[in-house]
Each structure stands twice: as C-alpha cells, then as structure tokens.
Design a protein around this ligand. Structure first.
Ligand SMILES: C[S@@+](CC[C@H](N)C(=O)[O-])C[C@H]1O[C@@H](n2cnc3c(N)ncnc32)[C@H](O)[C@@H]1O
Length: 285
C-alpha cells in the first residue's frame, strides 16, 4: 500500500487535478498504526478523475429504467465534491421529469469538521477543478457555483497552502440535491433497505480503514444490496484490495464504456451470467 505522507510544507507530491483540502484526524485514527506518526493528507475534488462520470450517468439511466426510485449514497463524502459531481451530472444529463428519481444524494463522512463545513453549503474549489470537470464530467461547473469568496477555513485543512482556490456557494438546485450528515460507512450500509435500486459511492477511503472494517464493509454490501445495485470505488482503493473483496461478496464489473485509462471502478451486485440471461430474455440491465 502506498500512502504519501505530507512533509513540512504540506503540499508535496501534488498529483494532477487533486486538491488537498481535507486533512482528517479521524481517518488517521481509523488507519491504526500502519502509517506510523506521519501526517496523512486526504484529498478530494469535483469530478475526481478516476471515474468516467459521463459514462456512468448514461449507464444508470438505462440500467435503472425499471425502478421508480434510485437511492444514492456518498459514503466518506469529505467536503461534498463527490456528491455534487453526481448531482451536477443528474441536473445536466437526466431529463427534468426523472431527476427526482436520483436525488437527493445522501452524503456522510465520519469527520465532524468536514461535515460541519459541508453542511454550511460553501465549498472550496481550486481553479484546476473547473478544467478537469469538463474533461471527466462533461460539465462546465461554473454555472453550478456562485458567490466566489476567500476559501473557507476548516480545521486542519491544507487548501490554504494552494494558490488559486476560492470558496463558492452551490446554486439552489445543487444545494437541494445533496444532504449531509456525520456517520460512518458501516452504519449507513447496515441501515440501507435496498431493492436492487441503490448506487453507493464509497471511494478512495479503503486504505484508511482497518482490514477488519474494510472486510465488514464488503460483506455488508454483499448482504444488503440486491442484484442490480452499484458499489463504486476509486483508484486509490485498489491499494486495499477492495476489488477482490467485492468479487468474493457477489459483485462483478459490468462492461461500461470508459473513455479513460483507469479501471472503471464500478461494481454491480449479481453476476454477469445472470445479466446475460436477463438481456437475452428482453429485460433491461
Ligand atoms: C480521500 S477522502 C475521499 C473523498 C471522496 N469519497 C473522493 O473519492 O473524492 C476520504 C474520506 O474518508 C473519510 N473517512 C475515513 N474513514 C471513514 C469511515 N469509517 N466512515 C466514513 N468516512 C470515513 C475521511 O474523513 C475522508 O473525508
């Protein structure tokens, strides 16, 4: 597992398009001793580049065509970038009459500080996110964020070390499309009542979790989610072997048009054989 510790100036090893705005003491505590005494940065950004958001939104609209309501969760949501990315994709690409089927997104994080800040409905955005959003989400995010001001200060946040970041207020439609609460992944998963109609974003968090907790997440997802529901991870989660854990608990990777080089990171409850059967008998997938 490769975790990059922050050094004295706090912004070493900046990867393309990431904004290191969240530094979560709780996540570090959960990580146990495996990181020694190093500080760990956690990061997020709008339309994070490890998912083809546009392909995802196209897929779900046919995949869930026979469902009246789709429950969407962003577990380990950080400052809300992920939940807002999905919500913007819905607002942009799903016909108006179907939008309420996918919204609001239920977002939670274990870190009280970040949830408190997210719930105030201002979000720090680095200028580069305006560019990557077009590439990875096919969305010009300028129309969804207004009222540019100085960045909001969040305890142990390191965005202030990065130039060209400002805070914004999501526009009303976007604000109403995401609900925030402080909770942990396992608690939320255990409470889900699924009917093959859920999308669970649980991304770029597994390397912070103990093996026991990560195993329990994969097992609970396998127990709670019915065939057809989606569990979506991030590139970073491969370091914690989560793809194999999901595989063992009844998930497979559907073939989705993915325009980028990384894995598609989308797992579906069920098996590819069963999906082929459904397709052959004229059902939607
Ligand atoms: C790297 S961020 C990922 C944010 C977002 N999902 C993404 O992919 O951009 C990791 C987040 O996981 C949160 N976290 C860590 N352990 C958690 C747990 N057990 N339950 C919920 N959130 C957790 C941290 O507080 C942090 O905000």
């Amino acid at each position: 597992m490769k975790i990059i510790p922050i050094n004295n100036n706090g912004i070493n090893n900046l990867a393309f398009g990431s904004c290191f705005r969240v530094y979560s003491p709780k996540a570090i505590k959960n990580a146990g001793n495996c990181f020694g005494k190093d500080k760990i940065r956690t990061s997020t950004n709008i339309f994070r580049e490890d998912l083809d958001w546009y392909a995802l939104i196209q897929y779900i609209h046919s995949h869930f065509a026979d469902k009246e309501k789709v429950q969407v969760y962003s577990l380990a949501c950080s400052d809300g970038s992920e939940a807002y990315s999905f919500a913007m994709s819905v607002l942009e690409y799903i016909p108006k009459e179907y939008r309420s089927k996918y919204l609001p997104v239920n977002a939670c994080d274990i870190d009280k500080e970040i949830v408190k800040s997210a719930a105030k409905r201002r979000i720090n955005i680095d200028n580069i996110e305006f560019l990557i959003s077009e590439k990875y989400g096919n969305v010009k995010i300028g129309k969804y964020f207004c009222d540019q001001k100085e960045i909001v200060s969040i305890k142990q946040n390191i965005t202030s070390d990065i130039d060209k970041a400002f805070s914004y207020r999501p526009v009303k439609d976007l604000r109403e499309a995401v609900l925030f609460k402080c909770s942990d992944i396992l608690t939320e998963l255990k409470n889900i009542k699924d009917n093959g109609n859920s999308i669970i974003f649980c991304r770029n968090v597994f390397p912070y979790l103990s093996k026991r907790y990560a195993d329990a997440v994969a097992e609970t997802a396998g127990e709670k989610l019915k065939n057809g529901s989606l569990f979506i991870i991030g590139d970073y989660d491969a370091y914690a072997d989560i793809d194999n854990k999901l595989d063992k608990n009844g998930f497979f990777q559907p073939s989705i048009n993915n325009r980028f080089l990384h894995g598609n990171n989308i797992f579906q409850r069920g098996s590819s054989e069963e999906i082929t059967k459904r397709l052959n008998s004229g059902f939607l997938i």
